[in-house]
Design a protein around this ligand. Structure first.
Ligand SMILES: [Zn+2]
Ligand SMILES: [Zn+2]
Length: 272
């Protein structure tokens, strides 16, 4: 597939874009930016698909259940049913991956007051493994969300990696781990993606310098974390150009080199 830029992890399916979803997506497409909208629960997955259906080319969906949803689903006894529903949705031709899914241990006690932390982790893991199974069965890559859980996530992935008949692959989105962890993900068949955060947080420079360009993807995670000079505003997919520009600047390469390699990387991962 030929494109100029791609936002591999956007949420134009979220309510923040209810008023102007089509305007935002047309603006992206007019500027040569393809968009992948990522679901976090059944409703946002449905909207990601119905949105993608409205464009002949350039708008795609990734469907999955965010780890933050795990305990609510567990309390209502809905995990199995949700995974079954997700699997059906994931068969759609505009769905190019499974996620965002993974483990999120950030402020886990605060977000789950009165619940045993081990129990929360266990339920998140169950939900995550269910989605790894869907990814493998349907042969669609994973879109990983990991927060303060890189080691634990890698341990789970190692169980699947290299198993005969299993083609484990995907992207670790909004990466904020160490270089060693990034290399471990790459070793398991994953790419690493960066958001607008890299335009204002210096701590990503070493990481971006050292991760091979062949393993890097661009994203915005919009409506969150708009890049400079849009900080504090609602981010949108066109901003991904600023992310690519920053990666080029940090790596000392031309924008065209970085853009072209990301196009190749995304084709290999999601449209191969
Ligand atoms: Zn995420
Ligand atoms: Zn996201």
């Amino acid at each position: 597939m030929k494109f100029q830029y791609i936002d591999t992890h956007a949420h134009v399916n979220f309510p923040e874009f209810d008023e102007d979803r089509d305007v935002v997506l047309r603006r992206a497409l007019d500027e040569g930016v393809f968009v992948v909208n990522v679901g976090t629960d059944i409703e946002s997955c449905r909207r990601a698909i119905s949105t993608a259906e409205q464009y002949e080319e350039g708008v795609y969906a990734i469907v999955g259940i965010h780890p933050h949803e795990a305990m609510n689903l567990e309390k209502e006894g809905l995990i199995e049913q949700t995974l079954a529903e997700l699997k059906e949705m994931a068969k759609h031709s505009k769905v190019i991956g499974i996620g965002e899914c993974g483990l999120d241990f950030f402020k886990i006690e605060e977000y789950n007051e009165g619940v045993d932390v081990l129990k929360v982790k266990e339920v998140q893991e169950k939900l995550f493994r269910g989605q790894i199974d869907i990814s493998i069965t349907l042969d669609k890559p994973l879109m990983l969300h990991c927060r303060e859980s890189y080691g634990e996530t890698l341990e789970i992935l190692y169980e699947y990696f290299g198993v005969q008949g299993v083609k484990l692959r995907g992207n670790a989105h909004f990466f904020a781990g160490s270089l060693e962890q990034a290399k471990a993900f790459i070793g398991c068949g994953f790419t690493i993606s960066f958001t607008g955060v890299i335009t204002f947080a210096k701590d990503y420079e070493v990481l971006i310098k050292d991760i091979p360009l062949q393993s890097i993807l661009s994203e915005t995670d919009c409506p969150y974390v708009a890049p400079v000079p849009f900080r504090g505003k609602r981010a949108e997919p066109v901003h991904v150009k600023l992310v690519v520009q920053k990666i080029a600047e940090i790596k000392g390469l031309s924008i065209e080199e970085v853009r072209g390699q990301i196009e190749k990387n995304v084709n290999q991962m999601f449209f191969g």
